[in-house]
Design a protein. Sequence first.
Length: 280
Amino acid sequence: MTCREVHESLDLKSKRSEEVSQGTRFRFGKNWERFLRHLTEERIVRAQNSLLETIGKDALAGKEFLDIGCGSGLFSLAARRLGAKVTSFDYDADSVQCAQYLKERFYPDDDQWTIMEGSVLDPVFMENLGRFDVVYVWGVLHHSGDQWKGFAHALSATRPEGRLLVALYNDQGWVSRYWKAVKWLYMHVPLIRPLLIAFYAPYFIWLRWCVRLLRRQQIHERGMSLWYDMIDWLGGWPFEVAAPKDVLARGVDRGFQAIYVKTVGRRQGCNEFVLVRKLR
Protein backbone atom coordinates (compact mmCIF):
# COMPACT_ATOMS: atom_id res chain seq x y z
CA MET A 1 0.00 0.00 0.00
CA THR A 2 1.46 3.35 -1.02
CA CYS A 3 1.79 6.40 1.25
CA ARG A 4 -0.58 8.24 -1.05
CA GLU A 5 -3.28 5.60 -0.57
CA VAL A 6 -2.84 5.67 3.22
CA HIS A 7 -3.25 9.45 3.26
CA GLU A 8 -6.24 9.12 0.96
CA SER A 9 -7.82 6.68 3.39
CA LEU A 10 -7.30 9.03 6.35
CA ASP A 11 -8.68 11.99 4.40
CA LEU A 12 -11.77 10.00 3.49
CA LYS A 13 -12.50 9.15 7.12
CA SER A 14 -12.13 12.80 8.09
CA LYS A 15 -14.43 13.84 5.26
CA ARG A 16 -17.05 11.29 6.31
CA SER A 17 -17.18 12.71 9.84
CA GLU A 18 -17.45 16.23 8.49
CA GLU A 19 -20.27 15.39 6.07
CA VAL A 20 -22.32 13.67 8.76
CA SER A 21 -21.84 16.50 11.27
CA GLN A 22 -22.73 19.19 8.69
CA GLY A 23 -25.68 17.25 7.27
CA THR A 24 -24.44 17.44 3.66
CA ARG A 25 -24.69 13.69 3.02
CA PHE A 26 -28.08 12.02 3.02
CA ARG A 27 -28.47 9.43 5.80
CA PHE A 28 -29.98 6.51 3.93
CA GLY A 29 -29.71 4.28 6.98
CA LYS A 30 -32.48 6.14 8.77
CA ASN A 31 -34.89 5.12 6.04
CA TRP A 32 -33.64 1.52 6.12
CA GLU A 33 -34.52 1.44 9.81
CA ARG A 34 -38.13 2.19 8.85
CA PHE A 35 -37.96 -0.50 6.16
CA LEU A 36 -36.95 -3.16 8.69
CA ARG A 37 -40.03 -2.44 10.79
CA HIS A 38 -42.05 -3.96 7.95
CA LEU A 39 -39.72 -6.83 7.03
CA THR A 40 -41.54 -10.11 6.52
CA GLU A 41 -40.55 -13.62 5.51
CA GLU A 42 -42.14 -12.97 2.13
CA ARG A 43 -39.81 -10.03 1.48
CA ILE A 44 -36.76 -12.05 2.50
CA VAL A 45 -37.74 -14.85 0.11
CA ARG A 46 -38.30 -12.25 -2.61
CA ALA A 47 -34.74 -10.98 -2.08
CA GLN A 48 -33.39 -14.54 -2.29
CA ASN A 49 -35.28 -15.15 -5.52
CA SER A 50 -33.96 -11.90 -6.95
CA LEU A 51 -30.39 -13.06 -6.40
CA LEU A 52 -31.11 -16.48 -7.86
CA GLU A 53 -32.74 -14.99 -10.95
CA THR A 54 -29.74 -12.74 -11.53
CA ILE A 55 -26.85 -15.16 -11.00
CA GLY A 56 -28.43 -18.60 -11.25
CA LYS A 57 -29.39 -21.46 -8.98
CA ASP A 58 -26.78 -22.65 -6.47
CA ALA A 59 -24.40 -19.85 -7.55
CA LEU A 60 -23.95 -18.72 -3.94
CA ALA A 61 -23.65 -22.00 -2.07
CA GLY A 62 -20.20 -22.16 -0.51
CA LYS A 63 -19.13 -18.88 -2.16
CA GLU A 64 -17.72 -15.72 -0.60
CA PHE A 65 -20.15 -12.82 -1.05
CA LEU A 66 -19.25 -9.12 -0.61
CA ASP A 67 -22.16 -6.71 -0.10
CA ILE A 68 -20.87 -3.20 -0.81
CA GLY A 69 -23.16 -0.56 0.67
CA CYS A 70 -25.33 -3.15 2.39
CA GLY A 71 -28.09 -0.69 3.35
CA SER A 72 -30.74 -2.59 5.31
CA GLY A 73 -28.69 -5.80 5.15
CA LEU A 74 -31.56 -7.61 3.43
CA PHE A 75 -29.51 -8.94 0.52
CA SER A 76 -26.69 -9.94 2.84
CA LEU A 77 -29.25 -11.97 4.75
CA ALA A 78 -30.57 -13.44 1.50
CA ALA A 79 -27.06 -14.45 0.40
CA ARG A 80 -26.35 -16.02 3.78
CA ARG A 81 -29.57 -18.02 3.56
CA LEU A 82 -28.49 -19.24 0.14
CA GLY A 83 -25.31 -20.67 1.61
CA ALA A 84 -22.74 -17.91 1.06
CA LYS A 85 -20.10 -16.67 3.45
CA VAL A 86 -20.99 -12.99 3.67
CA THR A 87 -19.03 -9.79 4.27
CA SER A 88 -21.15 -6.63 4.49
CA PHE A 89 -20.13 -3.01 4.86
CA ASP A 90 -21.59 0.45 4.49
CA TYR A 91 -20.42 4.05 4.70
CA ASP A 92 -23.53 4.94 6.71
CA ALA A 93 -23.33 3.98 10.39
CA ASP A 94 -27.13 3.62 10.64
CA SER A 95 -27.07 1.13 7.75
CA VAL A 96 -24.37 -0.87 9.51
CA GLN A 97 -26.62 -1.06 12.58
CA CYS A 98 -29.50 -2.26 10.37
CA ALA A 99 -27.39 -5.13 9.03
CA GLN A 100 -26.21 -6.00 12.54
CA TYR A 101 -29.83 -6.11 13.70
CA LEU A 102 -30.67 -8.66 10.98
CA LYS A 103 -27.63 -10.75 11.82
CA GLU A 104 -28.52 -10.80 15.51
CA ARG A 105 -32.12 -11.67 14.65
CA PHE A 106 -31.46 -14.47 12.16
CA TYR A 107 -27.80 -15.54 12.55
CA PRO A 108 -26.58 -14.72 16.06
CA ASP A 109 -22.97 -15.73 16.79
CA ASP A 110 -22.48 -16.79 13.16
CA ASP A 111 -18.85 -16.53 12.04
CA GLN A 112 -19.90 -16.79 8.37
CA TRP A 113 -21.35 -13.26 8.31
CA THR A 114 -19.10 -10.26 9.00
CA ILE A 115 -20.40 -6.69 9.14
CA MET A 116 -18.29 -3.52 9.26
CA GLU A 117 -18.28 0.19 8.54
CA GLY A 118 -16.20 1.36 5.58
CA SER A 119 -16.14 3.06 2.21
CA VAL A 120 -15.83 1.62 -1.29
CA LEU A 121 -13.71 4.69 -2.08
CA ASP A 122 -11.13 3.84 0.59
CA PRO A 123 -8.20 2.04 -1.14
CA VAL A 124 -6.72 0.74 2.12
CA PHE A 125 -10.04 -0.63 3.36
CA MET A 126 -10.88 -2.27 0.04
CA GLU A 127 -7.44 -3.84 -0.35
CA ASN A 128 -7.61 -5.33 3.14
CA LEU A 129 -10.97 -6.96 2.41
CA GLY A 130 -9.45 -9.33 -0.12
CA ARG A 131 -11.17 -10.95 -3.13
CA PHE A 132 -14.62 -12.50 -3.45
CA ASP A 133 -16.54 -14.91 -5.66
CA VAL A 134 -19.57 -12.59 -5.84
CA VAL A 135 -19.44 -8.81 -5.35
CA TYR A 136 -22.83 -7.14 -4.95
CA VAL A 137 -22.99 -3.35 -5.33
CA TRP A 138 -26.61 -2.60 -6.16
CA GLY A 139 -27.78 1.01 -6.32
CA VAL A 140 -24.81 2.20 -4.28
CA LEU A 141 -21.94 3.64 -6.32
CA HIS A 142 -23.95 6.57 -7.67
CA HIS A 143 -24.30 7.79 -4.06
CA SER A 144 -20.64 7.28 -3.13
CA GLY A 145 -19.29 10.62 -4.36
CA ASP A 146 -17.01 9.07 -7.01
CA GLN A 147 -18.81 6.22 -8.75
CA TRP A 148 -16.05 5.33 -11.21
CA LYS A 149 -13.43 5.06 -8.48
CA GLY A 150 -15.84 2.89 -6.51
CA PHE A 151 -16.53 0.83 -9.61
CA ALA A 152 -12.80 0.21 -10.10
CA HIS A 153 -12.46 -0.92 -6.48
CA ALA A 154 -15.46 -3.25 -6.84
CA LEU A 155 -13.91 -4.78 -9.95
CA SER A 156 -10.63 -5.30 -8.11
CA ALA A 157 -12.47 -7.06 -5.27
CA THR A 158 -13.77 -9.72 -7.69
CA ARG A 159 -11.81 -12.96 -8.05
CA PRO A 160 -10.95 -14.51 -11.43
CA GLU A 161 -14.16 -16.13 -12.72
CA GLY A 162 -16.01 -14.24 -10.00
CA ARG A 163 -19.10 -12.14 -10.64
CA LEU A 164 -19.80 -8.46 -10.07
CA LEU A 165 -23.48 -7.51 -9.75
CA VAL A 166 -23.92 -3.76 -10.18
CA ALA A 167 -26.82 -1.34 -10.68
CA LEU A 168 -26.26 2.34 -11.54
CA TYR A 169 -28.60 5.23 -12.21
CA ASN A 170 -29.29 5.73 -15.91
CA ASP A 171 -27.86 8.82 -17.62
CA GLN A 172 -30.84 10.80 -18.95
CA GLY A 173 -28.86 13.83 -20.08
CA TRP A 174 -30.41 17.14 -19.03
CA VAL A 175 -33.05 15.38 -16.92
CA SER A 176 -30.33 13.86 -14.74
CA ARG A 177 -28.59 17.22 -14.44
CA TYR A 178 -31.89 18.75 -13.35
CA TRP A 179 -32.35 16.21 -10.56
CA LYS A 180 -28.74 16.63 -9.48
CA ALA A 181 -29.41 20.34 -8.95
CA VAL A 182 -32.59 19.59 -6.98
CA LYS A 183 -30.78 17.12 -4.71
CA TRP A 184 -27.91 19.53 -4.11
CA LEU A 185 -30.35 22.23 -3.06
CA TYR A 186 -32.22 19.86 -0.77
CA MET A 187 -29.07 18.82 1.10
CA HIS A 188 -27.14 22.09 1.11
CA VAL A 189 -29.91 24.67 1.60
CA PRO A 190 -32.08 23.35 4.46
CA LEU A 191 -34.43 26.34 4.36
CA ILE A 192 -35.63 25.36 0.89
CA ARG A 193 -36.52 21.76 1.80
CA PRO A 194 -40.17 22.49 2.77
CA LEU A 195 -40.69 24.26 -0.57
CA LEU A 196 -39.21 21.36 -2.56
CA ILE A 197 -41.33 18.86 -0.66
CA ALA A 198 -44.50 20.88 -1.23
CA PHE A 199 -43.70 21.29 -4.93
CA TYR A 200 -42.96 17.62 -5.66
CA ALA A 201 -45.45 15.95 -3.30
CA PRO A 202 -48.33 15.95 -5.84
CA TYR A 203 -46.21 13.87 -8.25
CA PHE A 204 -44.36 11.60 -5.84
CA ILE A 205 -47.31 10.88 -3.57
CA TRP A 206 -50.75 11.51 -5.08
CA LEU A 207 -50.03 10.72 -8.74
CA ARG A 208 -47.98 7.61 -7.93
CA TRP A 209 -50.60 6.44 -5.45
CA CYS A 210 -53.28 6.68 -8.14
CA VAL A 211 -51.11 4.83 -10.69
CA ARG A 212 -50.38 2.00 -8.24
CA LEU A 213 -54.05 1.78 -7.31
CA LEU A 214 -55.09 1.49 -10.96
CA ARG A 215 -52.45 -1.19 -11.55
CA ARG A 216 -53.53 -3.01 -8.38
CA GLN A 217 -50.00 -2.91 -7.07
CA GLN A 218 -49.12 -3.24 -3.42
CA ILE A 219 -48.97 0.37 -2.25
CA HIS A 220 -45.91 0.00 -0.05
CA GLU A 221 -44.12 -2.80 -1.87
CA ARG A 222 -40.73 -2.12 -0.24
CA GLY A 223 -42.14 -1.60 3.23
CA MET A 224 -41.68 2.16 3.05
CA SER A 225 -44.32 4.80 2.50
CA LEU A 226 -44.57 6.99 -0.57
CA TRP A 227 -43.64 9.88 1.70
CA TYR A 228 -40.26 8.40 2.67
CA ASP A 229 -39.67 7.24 -0.90
CA MET A 230 -40.01 10.89 -1.93
CA ILE A 231 -37.66 12.11 0.81
CA ASP A 232 -35.08 9.50 -0.23
CA TRP A 233 -35.21 10.65 -3.83
CA LEU A 234 -35.09 14.38 -3.11
CA GLY A 235 -32.30 14.00 -0.56
CA GLY A 236 -30.28 11.28 -2.29
CA TRP A 237 -26.94 13.09 -2.32
CA PRO A 238 -24.27 12.51 -3.64
CA PHE A 239 -25.80 11.69 -7.02
CA GLU A 240 -24.20 10.47 -10.25
CA VAL A 241 -25.42 8.69 -13.37
CA ALA A 242 -23.85 6.39 -15.98
CA ALA A 243 -24.52 5.36 -19.56
CA PRO A 244 -24.56 1.57 -20.12
CA LYS A 245 -21.80 1.77 -22.73
CA ASP A 246 -19.47 3.42 -20.22
CA VAL A 247 -20.08 0.73 -17.61
CA LEU A 248 -19.43 -2.04 -20.12
CA ALA A 249 -16.34 -0.37 -21.56
CA ARG A 250 -14.73 0.06 -18.15
CA GLY A 251 -15.48 -3.55 -17.34
CA VAL A 252 -13.91 -4.79 -20.57
CA ASP A 253 -10.80 -2.68 -19.91
CA ARG A 254 -10.35 -4.54 -16.61
CA GLY A 255 -10.83 -8.00 -18.08
CA PHE A 256 -14.56 -8.47 -17.43
CA GLN A 257 -17.29 -9.81 -19.70
CA ALA A 258 -20.97 -8.93 -19.38
CA ILE A 259 -23.28 -11.95 -19.08
CA TYR A 260 -26.40 -10.02 -18.11
CA VAL A 261 -27.50 -6.49 -19.00
CA LYS A 262 -30.89 -4.92 -18.30
CA THR A 263 -31.37 -1.26 -19.20
CA VAL A 264 -34.24 1.17 -18.66
CA GLY A 265 -33.89 2.89 -22.03
CA ARG A 266 -34.45 6.62 -21.66
CA ARG A 267 -36.41 6.29 -18.46
CA GLN A 268 -35.44 7.06 -14.88
CA GLY A 269 -34.07 4.15 -12.90
CA CYS A 270 -31.09 1.83 -12.67
CA ASN A 271 -29.38 -0.12 -15.41
CA GLU A 272 -28.37 -3.58 -14.19
CA PHE A 273 -25.26 -5.59 -15.03
CA VAL A 274 -23.59 -8.89 -14.16
CA LEU A 275 -19.92 -8.92 -15.13
CA VAL A 276 -17.64 -11.96 -14.95
CA ARG A 277 -13.90 -11.62 -14.48
CA LYS A 278 -12.15 -13.65 -17.16
CA LEU A 279 -9.11 -15.80 -16.47
CA ARG A 280 -5.93 -14.27 -17.84
